[in-house]
Ligand binder design. Sequence first.
Ligand code: ZN
Length: 242
Amino acid sequence: MRWAIISDIHANLQALEAVLRKADSVGWDRMICLGDIVGYGAEPNECVELVSARCEATVMGNHDAAVLGLADTSRFSVAAGEVAQWTAGRLSARNRRYLRDLPYSMEFDLFEIVHSTPEDPPAWHYLLSEFDAAALYDSFEADLLFYGHTHVACAFRRSDEGGVSRLEPQSFSPAGGSRYIINAGSVGQPRDGDPRASFVLLDTREQRVEFYREQYDIEQAQRRIIDAGLPRILATRLSHGS
Ligand code: ZN
């Protein structure tokens, strides 16, 4: 079974389409989304429709919740708050319903998914370091946990001796006895210095976790943001992946 795992699309249709094309070309059986379909980008409805058509499961992200009025936006940047309002006024009733019904976390046979952190998903904590990761292994059961939220593709491994290390986003075969927390990176607004769209594949037969980065038409995504009258910074940062 090949699971395609996408996260943090942020209404960037050009990046989402490029990731779906790449996933189709390498092959997948089931697709899931780790949340933040909307916020920052200019095409929220199109992205919700594509994700809902392709993904059999999606969890709620903080930007999805913010657009529905379900998350505290006082810690949002001015630009993020502005886009949340713009998006709220634009989402179709059907897409709003889709977002409203999203769970905060889900368990599958071999892994669990959450947007932020497993101990309290709606608190929207950021899991950035091996120290953050080490504190969270008691909060989920499976050997693999996939998350997003930081827009930084990476993984954390806890060995059977209990040590936690951070892994660069390179494909790997999970070691028996180890447990992993894996960040799929961001489709629509990477912040790890690589502007290409990020996603992950889990191949349960080959026992591989594969990280992908895909070029997309960044200029087109930037034009859509500027034409929509959204803050210019949201367009320029896409060039830097920051
Ligand atoms: Zn996000």
